[in-house]
Design a protein around this ligand. Structure first.
Ligand code: ADP
Length: 581
């Protein structure tokens, strides 16, 4: 600095004391102005290399028109030269200052002769603004007249360029810092926003969970590792019958009666060992009321500490109902036993009574027949009629007693069947023949449409009893001049017998009930047609003992009773039984 004149030294000190809080461009403008004034220059420019696109741009000018740079570019374009070959381009490339003592003698300035003349400058100095070895811009100073540059001038402009470079670098650094600060500010704001959002979410989810826990009808409790109540929802304290403040922090045994102590301590041991099987227990409330609970639990780790989460349900009402049901069941069982005993006594009584009745009745019937046959002496017509009535009524009584006997056998399951090969055709023919007189009394026509059927395995007497029963019913419930038809079918594995009448019919909702013991469709029927409601139940039992089935149909034109009986198969060794002709 020794070879720099005092005014220039002052200028340098002025540059150093420029207020750096000013706008970046204003600072550069001031540096340029001070430099030009100190060197007596007419004009000057500061150009910077754009950090993004690497293009050089004018950022400050002194003593030049605003469109100076555009005109430089235009002139270069017109002359067809590349700006890189201009003095500025040379400085950028070499990183050294470039002197133009007289523009008109400078070949590099040729394309701009006219512009220089117009703007009135003849000599120039182009100085690099550096950051280390890299050129980041240029400080250019122009004089009106051609000149010989002294070292002092060159030094001064070089120092001014380096000052300008420092300002640019500081400003850029500040700019970046500013950007970083802005980014950080933005980041902080975003972060704060996110924290707020997370807080809200947490608050919402806590409120959500709390609402669920509080609105649960089941009690939810948290018990710590030492068995002390730590938390409970409203339902829990309601169920336990203790206020929250008297339970929190207390040992869980506080809510159990003395007789549950061992049981509950065992349960607590189980829980600690990881056995989470639910159980029932009883508690005692603050007001000494006993309640029954269903307890299920699991364990969890809250803030690193093991806790037991206990869910309690009040099952006191269920327990009471269960108890009542148990008592009711016991009573029912007792009544059932008593009824069974009464039924057994009744069956026994009927069995004895029927035997007792049968003997004298058979003897009455026998003597009536003897009297009627005049084996004991002659009788007149009047007496014969009376004997006929006695005979019919004693037969009715014998039939009734037989049915009663069957019933008592059915109840004791002792209705013995004597199986053998039987001909359904024979049974049907015999029954129809036997029933013809009864049918005739009511002018009912009794037909048969029966094909030859194979013999089947069955009890002839009992099967006859079934057919007679169905025919007697058909005649009984068919009005005068009606029609009864007996039909048979031979299926592959079964034979079917159907007895169709044109009688009063059976309502569809009673069709299955008529096979129940003592069931009659209505009491008026009973009065009109008599009977006991026993016959069909005996028929059903006999047919089922033959592995067959019996059912009734009624279509408004009378009733049809169907019987299906299984045929013998080769497995029985009697498959060679031929159909009868
Ligand atoms: P009972 O004939 O002695 O009353 P059953 O067990 O033989 O007893 O019959 C039960 C009831 O079924 C009868 O009272 C009657 O109401 C009904 N029933 C049976 N057969 C017929 C039929 N062919 N037509 C209409 N109703 C019938």
């Amino acid at each position: 600095m020794e070879n720099i004149e005092k005014p220039k030294l002052k200028a340098l000190s002025d540059i150093a004391s420029i207020d750096i809080s000013l706008e970046f461009n204003d600072i550069l403008q001031s540096i340029l102005k001070i430099t030009c004034e100190a060197t007596g220059a007419q004009s000057g420019t500061i150009m910077l290399v754009d950090e993004l696109d690497n293009n050089i741009r004018m950022v400050a000018s002194y003593g030049l028109p605003q469109d100076y740079i555009e005109r430089v570019y235009d002139a270069a374009k017109k002359a067809g030269v590349d700006l890189a070959s201009s003095p500025s381009g040379t400085v950028l490339e070499t990183g050294k200052y470039y002197l133009v003592p007289n523009i008109l003698e400078e070949p590099k300035d040729k394309p701009w002769y006219d512009l220089s003349k117009e703007l009135g400058f003849s000599s120039q100095i182009f100085t690099p603004m550096k950051k280390g070895l890299k050129v980041i811009g240029l400080l250019n100073v122009y004089w009106a007249e051609p000149r010989r540059f002294t070292d002092e001038e060159i030094n001064f402009v070089t120092i001014a360029a380096s000052q300008a470079s420092s300002v640019v670098q500081n400003a850029r650094l500040c700019g970046r810092l500013e950007n970083n600060v802005q980014e950080l500010k933005q980041y902080k704001e975003n972060l704060e926003e996110k924290i707020k959002e997370t807080h809200k979410k947490l608050y919402d989810s806590e409120r959500y969970l709390r609402t669920i826990i509080e609105s649960s009808l089941d009690g939810i409790l948290v018990v710590d590792e030492n068995g002390r109540f730590e938390f409970g929802n409203d339902s829990a304290f309601n169920i336990l019958g203790w206020p929250e403040e008297e339970l929190i922090g207390q040992f869980f045994m506080k809510v159990f009666p003395v007789d549950m102590e061992d049981f509950m301590l065992d349960r607590f041991n189980d829980i600690q060992k990881g056995n989470e099987t639910p159980y029932e227990t009883k508690i005692i409330t603050k007001s000494k009321e006993i309640k029954y609970l269903y307890v299920s639990h699991s364990h969890g780790v809250i803030k690193g500490i093991r806790k037991y989460i206990v869910v309690i349900k009040n099952v006191t009402e269920n327990k009471k109902l269960e108890q009542q049901l148990k008592e009711y069941h016991e009573k029912l069982e007792k009544s059932c036993e008593e009824l069974k005993e009464a039924d057994r006594i009744k069956t026994e009584f009927i069995s004895n009574l029927t035997h007792e009745l049968m003997t004298p009745l058979t003897s009455i019937k026998g003597f009536v027949e003897l009297l009627n046959d005049e084996a004991i002496g002659t009788i007149n017509e009047e007496q014969k009629k009376s004997l006929g009535i006695i005979h019919r009524n004693s037969e009715r009584l014998i039939h009734l007693i037989k049915e009663l006997l069957d019933i008592s056998h059915l109840e004791k399951n002792t209705l013995g069947l004597h199986f053998g090969l039987v001909s359904i055709n024979d049974i049907l023919s015999k029954c129809i023949l036997d029933m013809q007189p009864l049918a005739k009394e009511k002018q009912i026509s009794l037909f048969q449409d029966v094909r030859p059927l194979p013999r089947i395995w069955g009890d002839e007497e009992r099967l006859t009893q079934v057919i007679i029963n169905l025919l007697v019913n058909a005649i009984k419930f068919t009005p005068q001049t009606g029609k009864i038809t007996v039909i048979s079918h031979d299926f592959t594995e079964q034979v079917k017998i159907s007895i169709r009448d044109t009688g009063i019919g059976i309502p569809s909702d009673r069709l299955s009930r008529i096979f129940d013991r003592f069931y009659q469709i209505d009491s008026s029927t009973k009065r009109k047609y008599g009977g006991t409601g026993i016959g069909l139940s005996i028929c059903k039992n006999i047919i089922e003992k033959h592995y067959g089935s019996i059912w009734a149909e009624s279509d408004g034109n009378g009733s049809t009773f169907h019987i299906l009986l299984p045929k013998l198969t080769s497995g029985n060794g009697v498959s060679n039984v031929k159909p009868e002709s």
